[in-house]
Design a protein around this ligand. Structure first.
Ligand code: B1M
Length: 239
């Protein structure tokens, strides 16, 4: 134990440090994870590389042992807290690209589901790509989505679900949009570990986003299409 306490993260090479950060994330050691993030940044790592290789990969390992009954909710909560500590350092750096605002997205985790790390990551990456993001948090009933859409008038609605029991709720939201004649106003992008393309198609979403990077690319495609449509309409009106 004393050895571990004495461990100086700065003495580790990059591979060892990333390995140690996976262990520290697993053990829910927030301060150590945050220190590791800072060291990698000082060594010239790009924020996105720190995020994916040190934090997201560490959380993947936690997920495997959670699934296999080796870790339980309290430990995973500590790991999630450590992950959020690291993400907090990266957030402003990822958002610092200086890109002009390219579009607006409302995003939230669906009713019954309190997982928010993936959603937060998507928000961070979208902000970094110049999108304005309105994050309505977790456990959202359809009414919360509708209220946020009405208030913020975004281009995109993003929904996140991490449980097989909560992912069907996305369909409830999409059907309610359709029933109110609002479906075509927004591009609906969905994501979360248990989803796939087929599910997104089956519930009538516009696209499934495997990860935060794909969410950004997809959102950029949506905006490009919207601009092209707007230009075409203007051209028709002017003709
Ligand atoms: Co939960 N949990 N959990 N959990 N948890 C999973 C999801 C699970 C797969 C674990 C497992 O068994 N291996 C399993 C679900 C099984 C299933 O449904 N098939 C599970 C379970 C069962 C549960 C509970 C039921 C456990 C219990 O109480 N017995 C419970 C449910 C609570 C609830 O929601 N009602 C529960 C609770 C928790 C904690 C609270 C302890 C904690 C959440 C803390 C938090 O989020 N603040 C937790 C965690 C951390 C996990 C795992 C370990 C990690 C999830 C995560 O943060 N991943 C998870 C295992 C796993 O997924 N492998 C697990 C990292 C994150 C970066 O990835 O969220 O996939 P992800 O997001 C990605 C993409 O999916 C995508 O981009 C993100 C970034 O690249 N994406 C989007 C996500 N949302 C998007 C939205 C978009 C676009 C892309 O919109 C445009």
């Amino acid at each position: 134990m004393a050895d571990e306490d004495d461990l100086d993260l700065r003495e580790l090479d990059n591979d060892e440090l990333v390995q140690q950060m996976h262990d520290d994330l697993y053990d829910g050691l927030k301060d150590e994870v945050m220190e590791g993030v800072n060291i990698l940044l000082e060594r010239g790592w790009m924020p996105y590389q720190v995020l994916t290789e040190a934090l997201v990969e560490g959380m993947r390992i936690v997920g495997v042992d959670f699934r296999d009954g080796i870790l339980f909710v309290p430990e995973v909560l500590l790991a999630a807290n450590a992950m959020k500590g690291g993400m907090g350092i990266l957030r402003p750096l990822l958002a610092e690209t200086g890109a002009a605002q390219v579009g607006k997205m409302v995003i939230g985790t669906v009713k019954g589901d309190i997982h928010d790390i993936g959603k937060n990551l998507v928000s961070m990456m979208m902000e970094g790509a110049g999108f304005e993001v309105i994050d309505i948090g977790i456990n959202n009933p359809v009414e919360s989505y509708l209220a946020a859409l009405e208030e913020h008038e975004p281009d995109i609605l993003g929904m996140s679900a991490l449980l097989t029991t909560t992912m069907p709720y996305m369909k409830v939201v999409i059907e309610e949009l359709a029933a109110r004649g609002l479906r075509d106003k927004y591009a609906v992008l969905v994501g979360g570990a248990p989803l796939n393309e087929a599910f997104a198609e089956a519930i009538g979403a516009d696209a499934y986003c495997r990860d935060a990077a794909v969410a950004v690319e997809t959102a950029q495609d949506v905006m490009a299409r919207r601009h092209n449509q707007a230009n075409a309409l203007q051209a028709v009106a002017g003709a």
